[in-house]
Ligand binder design. Structure first.
Ligand code: SF4
Length: 410
């Protein structure tokens, strides 16, 4: 018996939650009591993401289908998996998007898909959804399309005319990992598609001679996702791959998705789920690389195994491993060094630099700027405060480490 739309929405929004490429959080429940109809889906498929202007927006996050002809070992939807399958038609995705949008549940659509029949066939259907939403229904909401990397370039290009953001998943940090766990995928082809997308985004971003305007093409740029923990790559390798992707393809974002093992001895996969904390630390390290002037080697220099410290945020871990660089004089230090002080973010550093033009700063001023004094004090000097030998204390790390939790016996 064919599943109802509501049943398929539950399956295909649940399947989409493994994709981190749009989410700042997982699926949220949203009460729609009293609205009736599709509103009683308990918020299936609604996630939050950040729009290019920084606003947090709600998106309908679904797969077009979780059927797939590929057999990527790390994926719950792979052809050999026995998950419940479902599929939406093009018209159903359009209808759902418009209905959710009209009812104010969402501000946009995040659409991904397993591969049905062929990469081009799947991509054609996804492009048709985006095209009809924009042209037939004049849909103005946000659209993020997860491109099928093996699809023909003209289809990926057409997708950019209608989508705000396109993403092409690099999947795993190394080509060897992809060859082992997703042998049907071609990492060189994925990178080629990313390169072509970058050129197109840049080309369309130039003002034309006639109209002196830029043309609309994936205005929110491109992003990618890497599965973390499915192969043996350490954090240094993962962050090194991200750095190359940012540099070579102008990506707006690399998303890290902690691998959820699928028990299957035939695939010879590790069965220990890495903590989500690893994913969180990678995002923090990625942030340091992009906005704080750290290079990947520095961020991962504190441990011999190339892994990030799970107990401490990467900037604090770096500072504790490089104590000779502290304390930093907040009233004199360059921006680059202020950014390396644990507890000082980019906005705070900006405020410090502008305040310094008029006054000399004291601890009270930092407190007024929202700085955690406990975190920052061992690493700075300001008027009226010097940490003396606090930064050299052997137990400094222990002062920042999370307290061990009492395990319940019940
Ligand atoms: S192609 Fe995508 S959906 Fe299909 S098995 Fe691989 S990762 Fe999963």
């Amino acid at each position: 018996m064919k599943k109802s739309l509501k049943e398929r929405l539950a399956i295909l929004s649940d399947a989409a939650k493994y994709d981190a490429s749009c989410a700042s959080s997982g699926t949220v429940r949203r009460s729609s009591a009293g609205s009736g109809g599709l509103g009683s889906t308990e918020g299936s498929g609604i996630c939050h993401a950040y729009a290019p202007d920084g606003r947090c927006i709600s998106l309908l996050k679904i797969l077009m289908t979780n059927f797939c002809i590929y057999d990527c070992a790390y994926c719950i939807n792979r052809s050999s998996s026995n998950v419940e399958r479902a599929r939406f038609s093009v018209e159903e995705v359009i209808w759902l998007t418009l209905e959710f949008y009209r009812r104010n549940y969402i501000e946009g659509l995040f659409l991904s898909s397993g591969i049905i029949r062929s990469s081009d066939h799947t991509m054609e259907e996804m492009v048709r959804i985006a095209r009809e939403l924009r042209t037939t229904h004049n849909f103005r909401g946000y659209i993020h399309l997860k491109s099928i990397p093996e699809a023909s370039p003209h289809l990926i290009e057409e997708a950019g005319l209608y989508a705000d953001r396109l993403s092409l998943n690099i999947e795993l940090p190394t080509d060897a990992g992809i060859a082992r766990y997703a042998p049907e995928k071609q990492p060189a082809g994925i990178r080629r598609s990313m390169g072509a997308l970058r050129l197109k985004i840049e080309e369309m971003g130039d003002k034309t001679l006639q109209t002196k305007r830029t043309r609309r093409f994936a205005p929110a740029g491109q992003s990618t996702q890497m599965i973390v923990g499915a192969d043996g790559a350490n954090d240094a390798t993962i962050l090194g791959t991200s750095a190359r992707l940012y540099g070579s393809y102008g990506l707006k974002r690399v998303y890290y998705s902690a691998f959820s093992p699928i028990p299957d001895s035939s695939k010879n996969l590790p069965l220990i789920k890495p903590p989500l904390m690893r994913e969180h630390r990678l995002y923090q390290a990625d942030w340091l690389y992009r906005f704080y002037g750290f290079n990947v080697g520095e961020i991962t220099s504190t441990r011999a195994d190339g892994m990030l410290d799970l107990d401490l945020d990467p900037k604090l871990a770096w500072a504790l491993g490089h104590r000779e660089q502290f304390p930093v004089d907040v009233n004199k230090a360059e921006r680059e060094m202020l950014l390396r002080v644990p507890g000082l973010g980019t906005k705070t550093v900006k405020s410090i630099l502008s305040s310094r033009r008029f006054t000399r700063l004291r601890l009270e001023d930092l407190k007024r700027l929202g700085v955690s004094l406990k975190k920052v004090q061992p690493f700075i000097t300001v008027d009226g405060w010097t940490p003396h030998r606090l930064v050299d204390r052997p137990d400094l790390r222990a002062m920042f480490q999370p307290k061990p939790e009492q395990l319940s016996l019940l």
